[in-house]
Design a protein. Structure first.
Length: 164
């Protein structure tokens, strides 16, 4: 994993977030900023630990720790909450598709930069890397709904969160 590849990956994440920011929504209010920060730390941390545990269980291919940290802190931790804020008023099907497709694109970019996401099928469905990437991207398509549920639950205990 070279520094150039890491910088290219970060640049790719930034470019994809620019594409997904066409909604022109901004995270302005203190409640939105607090919610974003909580989602960034919470989603990134849960994803980091989940990737390690899923690899130990043999469900997911193991990732190097540096790459897992980069992927979960910047893409899942920062990028997903950013997209979540931009899609909160969108129809459910559209939110699912946006998260699935952006995740699919990111996984292919990460594959070419780092050689990751080389699993053979997804939970017994299909064979080869395409099905592995599509399967995990589909899981990512459901994450905004888990984030919404998490925000509603946390909103009961953490004051000043944006709940809608």
């Amino acid at each position: 994993m070279s520094l150039v590849n890491i910088l290219l990956c970060i640049g790719f994440y930034a470019a994809l977030l620019i594409c997904t920011s066409l909604h022109r929504r901004q995270i302005n209010s203190p409640a939105e900023r607090r919610t974003f920060a909580i989602l960034w730390v919470g989603t990134g941390s849960v994803a980091f630990v989940s990737n390690i545990l899923l690899a130990k269980l043999g469900i997911m291919e193991p990732m190097p720790a540096v790459y897992n940290g980069l992927h979960t802190a910047l893409w899942i931790g920062f990028g997903f909450p950013y997209m979540w804020f931009g899609t909160r008023d969108a129809p459910i099907w559209k939110v699912f598709v946006i998260f699935l497709i952006t995740s699919f694109i990111v996984k292919y970019a990460e594959f070419h930069l780092f050689g990751t996401w080389e699993g053979d099928g997804f939970l017994g469905m299909g064979s080869g890397m395409f099905w592995y990437v599509l399967g995990w991207s589909t899981v990512d398509g459901f994450l905004p709904f888990a984030m919404s549920l998490g925000v509603k639950l946390l909103g009961r205990f953490v004051p000043g969160m944006a709940l809608n």
